[in-house]
Design a protein around this ligand. Structure first.
Ligand SMILES: Cc1cc2nc3c(=O)[nH]c(=O)nc-3n(C[C@H](O)[C@H](O)[C@H](O)COP(=O)(O)OP(=O)(O)OC[C@H]3O[C@@H](n4cnc5c(N)ncnc54)[C@H](O)[C@@H]3O)c2cc1C
Length: 392
């Protein structure tokens, strides 16, 4: 039985571990943190990753922990006028077989960890920072920060946006500051008047900025991410706090629903980080090592698909390793089946930035009038099934 080593216990690494264990592989996940956890923020899960979570038996649990929004609405920043809508709710389940959920990231990660541990209680090693690795004809050796070494047949770098494994495979790849910084806040729903509590995913678009607002726990929490054009560059860190007053000023003149959410945020809990863009690459593997998730194809969050792609990758790598006995062939099969789709998502996500930030109401209205987001995303994004798609 092949032994698969995974660097990184985030959403992508844990999904891969669960899918590989289910497929009968021996798996070890190495996570540098001493505790498994996620930042306080939401994540949307469309049908494409939900099919993998269904395969892992997690849909009912996540549906109970999270929210099934009734629709995904693009709205004008100041009036709240709906520019376009993707219906979610029951109709989405009828079309795609699985619900569209918005959940707390910690609830998603906990669910994935539960699935991994139920299959192998010893699969995850915490406090296990990987500092280097080397590959030879027979296998891969990982070096950990405590000086120990672990040997396996395949190495998967699921170590996120600052991936050590990616740097070893690809060297330094160019990073461009998008010109956007992103705020994130979480607001308890009970602080808002009932009519101010959203039951939809709202993408509010406006000149030079956009705001994304959706509920992530039943009667519980509302997530807001606000992307604003800034000439200056701050740290690309998810945990850097900035004064609430700056966020309030950034969204001055926006709709009262946005004001209510910002007004009710904890004033010392407003996070802001710089958004960087990285172009897709056309290879992310060597003979025995590959990448997945943000390490392979970092993306801007303007389609809400970074985690979705990491989950899809986890299912497809497990299937490729099952389908091809030869490690090199399996890693090539996985990559061949993932490059084009992930590059498309990365490129469309960055294109969305320009559309969402158009300089006037008239320009925004015209841009949305020319698109049918529901038809477009149904045709290629939501319809993808990582569990059954033919791997060629
Ligand atoms: C504002 C925002 C909103 C988003 N919204 C959505 C959304 O709605 N839907 C969606 O699908 N996606 C969304 N995303 C994207 C999504 O969050 C990421 O794409 C996803 O978390 C990537 O998962 P990952 O497992 O590849 O990496 P990560 O989650 O970054 O996990 C990497 C793990 O590797 C560990 N690690 C790193 N280096 C080492 C090492 N040397 N040794 C051991 N461990 C190591 C880290 O500690 C970490 O646990 C959003 C992103 C942002 C920024």
């Amino acid at each position: 039985m092949k032994k698969i080593l995974i660097v990184g216990g985030g959403i992508g690494g844990m999904t891969a571990a669960a899918c590989l264990l289910r497929a009968g592989f021996e798996v070890q996940v190495f996570e540098q943190a001493s505790e498994l956890g996620e930042v306080g923020a939401g994540i949307q899960l469309s049908a494409n990753p939900m099919r993998v979570l269904d395969h892992l038996g997690l849909v009912d649990r996540l549906a109970a922990l999270g929210v099934r929004p009734t629709a995904y609405q693009f709205k004008m920043f100041d009036t709240g006028e709906v520019l376009q809508e993707i219906p979610l709710g029951d109709g989405y389940v009828e079309r795609h077989g699985v619900p569209y959920l918005s959940v707390h990231r910690a609830d998603l990660l906990d669910s994935l960890i539960g699935a991994v541990r139920a299959l192998d209680g010893a699969a995850v090693r915490l406090n296990a920072k990987v500092v280097d690795y080397r590959e030879d004809g027979e296998g891969v050796s990982l070096q950990l920060a405590d000086g120990s070494e672990v040997r396996g047949d395949v190495l998967i770098g699921a170590d996120g946006i600052k991936s050590l494994v990616r740097a070893k495979i690809l060297g330094e790849t160019p990073v461009h500051y998008t010109g956007d910084q992103s705020w994130r806040i979480l607001v308890p729903a009970e602080r808002l008047a009932p009519e101010m509590r959203p039951d939809t995913v709202n993408i509010c678009v406006g000149p030079g900025k956009h705001g994304v607002v959706y509920p992530i726990r039943p009667n519980g929490l509302i997530n807001m991410v606000g992307c604003v054009e800034y000439e200056t560059w701050d740290d690309e860190s998810w945990t850097a706090r900035r004064p609430w007053q700056e966020m309030k000023a950034d969204f001055a003149g926006w709709h009262e629903n946005i004001q209510a959410i910002i007004d009710h945020a904890d004033k010392d809990q407003c996070y802001r980080w710089a958004m960087n863009n990285r172009s897709p690459v056309d290879n992310w593997r060597t003979a025995r090592t590959t990448l997945l998730g943000d390490a392979a194809h970092p993306t801007l969050p303007y389609m809400a698909q970074g985690g979705g792609m990491a989950i899809e990758d986890g299912a497809v790598i497990a299937r490729a390793l099952q389908q091809e006995d030869d490690v090199g062939e399996a890693l090539e099969l996985y990559q061949r089946n993932r490059l084009e789709r992930t590059a498309r998502i990365v490129n469309e996500s960055s294109a969305n930035r320009n559309m969402f930030h158009l300089p006037s109401e008239a320009a925004l209205r015209e841009a949305f009038a020319q698109r049918d987001m529901n038809a477009e995303r149904t045709a290629w994004l939501f319809s993808y099934d990582p569990i059954t798609v033919e791997l060629r």
